[in-house]
Design a protein. Structure first.
Length: 616
């Protein structure tokens, strides 16, 4: 379990926030004839062994040998089991290729942790584990992972999985994955656009994250109490005034785009939510004062928002590789399922707090009448039409009539439906937007009807939030030391990348002579190999990967990465060294930028720590 927390902090947090008593499934370990454990599963009408009763290791090795594609870049399949087939596949294809394993059952994964030694798999940097969820949820996670990593994959099948889950499960997964991959392609543009901005936001926001509580502090604090999520859709103007009479009778959760509207109306929400890392998102707060209202945020939210208004924050999803070593030194902040809309952050927080019912207003997810945002927001004049929008479409509205939306808004609608599907048996979701797209799984009613039915009794909202939002007094010296180590490592990477630039240019000059000095070329090439290997070791936490995402695509898939037909050896050498120059220049620039951001985080954290010690 210690290795799980050290190597897979995201899985560690998820495992301990899950209930492992999956009522329709029995999981137990049995001894195989060969002596090592095998796994017994019973799910519905299917029951039996997931691995061989006789030789589980031999079975796994034969499967891996039969299904290994040497040309595949990444391989994906369902079923973690006890990990035998994963280890066999890794041995068959080598350490550099990606393996993605999807396991619907947390019970299976938890059982495997207790039954076999999984330390080698947990340390495998190219093994991606997606654990727990329905077919639709796993497909959404798979799509998000593929979009984030920007990779292609080939699918394999472990035979026993279909026996327990059936064709219907896999067909549902396949259908949802197609939709998710389409959405992921949209998200890739966002990742590439913000690839250099997000690392700065994460590091600049780090002091506030470390000094304040996480979303775990709000766990079940408003169990069975109503919550209203206030979004900035055009229909908000229909019923926003009614929030005056709801104060202290429902937890008011306001997305950042809608806060300007509420402040203008004299309505104070209980929590504000911010997700977007862009400068444009910061502008939602210009000219308004959140008046000490706690902010719920993710690490890559624009740093100016936290600097100016983030004295009291609840953070979530602190799993970026950039700060993984730093946050290992503190208690987990908590994980929330989110998509690209800030309303998804508010939704998951409401569910984490135990709120029931969860009521939506301003959640159009469409452009009724062509209007994009509510009156009173920064974008109140923005309009959309089929002609001027991107990937526009019509979907069913709350009244059964078609309403205009686009691919991105529609992906958020699907996200809400997937999440609601998981909760619907024990929780009520109400769409009181009074306009926009229909969110299946919600009860549609006016806000007046929702208030009269659900928001009738006052309860102490502010007192509860005040108590759990107090700043933490944790010892932050281990985190400070981790940041100092990070700064030194980035300095070394920058120095080595500069040296690689020099040696690559020397190699290029040799190639220009056309009469090659083979010994000299071999010497410099070997030196570059050693430098790259050293950089790879120093970049073990993948700090440079996300900020360099666009450049890596250029280097691996761009013009200089493609060999023209009938290319001469000399032309190839010039092309390869020119491509390498781009890579090394990118490493120098990225390492330098990240080091500067780390130094800012260090100064802020050390200053706050010193001030805190003086106050004590």
């Amino acid at each position: 379990m210690r290795e799980l927390r050290a190597s897979r902090s995201l899985l560690f947090e998820s495992l301990f926030s899950m209930q492992l008593d999956e009522q329709n499934m029995t999981v137990r370990v049995e001894a195989s004839k060969a002596g090592m454990p095998t796994l017994y599963l019973s799910r519905g009408e299917a029951a039996g062994l997931f691995h061989s009763r006789y030789q589980p290791l031999v079975e796994a090795e034969r499967w891996a040998a039969a299904h290994t594609d040497k040309n595949a870049k990444n391989l994906a399949f369902f079923g973690f089991g006890l990990g035998y087939q994963i280890r066999a596949l890794r041995e068959a294809i080598g350490a550099d290729k990606g393996i993605i394993v999807l396991e619907p059952s947390w019970e299976v994964f938890d059982t495997a942790l207790g039954a076999v030694d999984l330390r080698d798999l947990l340390k495998d940097e190219n093994l991606h584990l997606i654990i727990g969820g329905t077919a639709r949820q796993l497909a959404r996670q798979m799509g998000a992972l593929a979009g984030q990593k920007m990779f292609e994959m080939d699918w394999l099948e472990w035979p026993a999985f279909r026996r327990f889950y059936g064709n219907e499960y896999l067909e549902e997964f396949s259908k949802e994955l197609s939709r998710s991959m389409r959405d992921a392609r949209l998200d890739q543009n966002t990742v590439l656009y913000f690839q250099r901005e997000w690392p700065r936001n994460i590091l600049y926001n780090l002091p506030a994250i470390l000094k304040n509580p996480g979303i775990n502090a709000l766990q079940n604090k408003f169990n069975k109490k109503p919550a209203i999520i206030v979004s900035a859709g055009p229909s908000l103007s229909k019923n926003v005034e009614m929030l005056h009479e709801i104060k202290d009778k429902a937890v008011i959760l306001c997305v950042d785009t809608a806060y300007r509207v509420l402040q203008t109306k004299g309505i104070q929400p209980d929590l504000i939510f911010s997700l977007d890392g862009s400068e444009l998102n910061y502008r939602h707060f210009t000219g308004v004062r959140p008046e000490g209202i706690p902010l719920v945020m993710v690490p890559n939210v624009h740093h100016k928002i936290i600097e100016e208004y983030g004295q009291r924050v609840f953070s979530a999803n602190i799993f970026d590789m950039l700060v993984s070593e730093v946050v290992k030194q503190i208690e987990p902040k908590g994980l929330l399922s989110v998509s690209g809309s800030v309303a998804t952050l508010a939704f998951s927080t409401a569910c984490r707090m135990g709120c029931d019912p969860v009521i939506f207003i301003g959640q159009d997810l469409a452009y009724p009448g062509g209007q994009a945002y509510s009156k009173g927001t920064m974008f109140e004049t923005m309009t959309k039409t089929v002609e001027n929008g991107f990937m526009m479409r019509h979907v069913e509205g709350i009244d059964g009539m078609p309403v205009l939306t686009d691919a991105q808004l529609d992906s958020f609608r699907v996200w809400f439906e997937v999440q609601i599907e998981e909760y619907e048996a024990g929780r009520t979701f109400v769409d009181a937007t009074e306009g926009g797209a229909k969110i299946h799984g919600t009860e549609i009613m006016t806000l007046r009807e929702a208030v009269d039915r659900y928001c009738t009794e006052s309860f102490d909202i502010q007192g509860v939030i005040e108590k759990v939002s107090e700043r933490r007094s944790d010892d932050l010296n281990p985190s400070i030391m981790a940041l100092r180590t990070m700064s030194r490592t980035l300095y070394q990477i920058r120095r080595l990348a500069k040296l690689a630039l020099i040696k690559n240019q020397e190699l290029r000059e040799l190639y220009k002579l056309r009469r090659l000095r083979a010994g000299k070329v071999a010497f410099i090439s070997a030196m570059l190999d050693r430098i790259e290997e050293h950089i790879k070791r120093l970049n073990g936490e993948k700090w440079l990967d996300a900020p360099m995402q666009h450049l890596l695509l250029v280097v691996t898939r761009g013009r200089l990465a493609q060999a023209p037909e009938n290319e001469t050896d000399h032309a190839k050498a010039m092309r390869v060294t020119e491509n390498a120059k781009l890579l090394y220049q990118g490493m120098v620039q990225t390492a330098e930028e990240l080091k500067d951001h780390v130094e800012v985080a260090l100064r802020r954290l050390e200053t706050e720590t010193i001030q805190g010690e003086k106050l004590r």
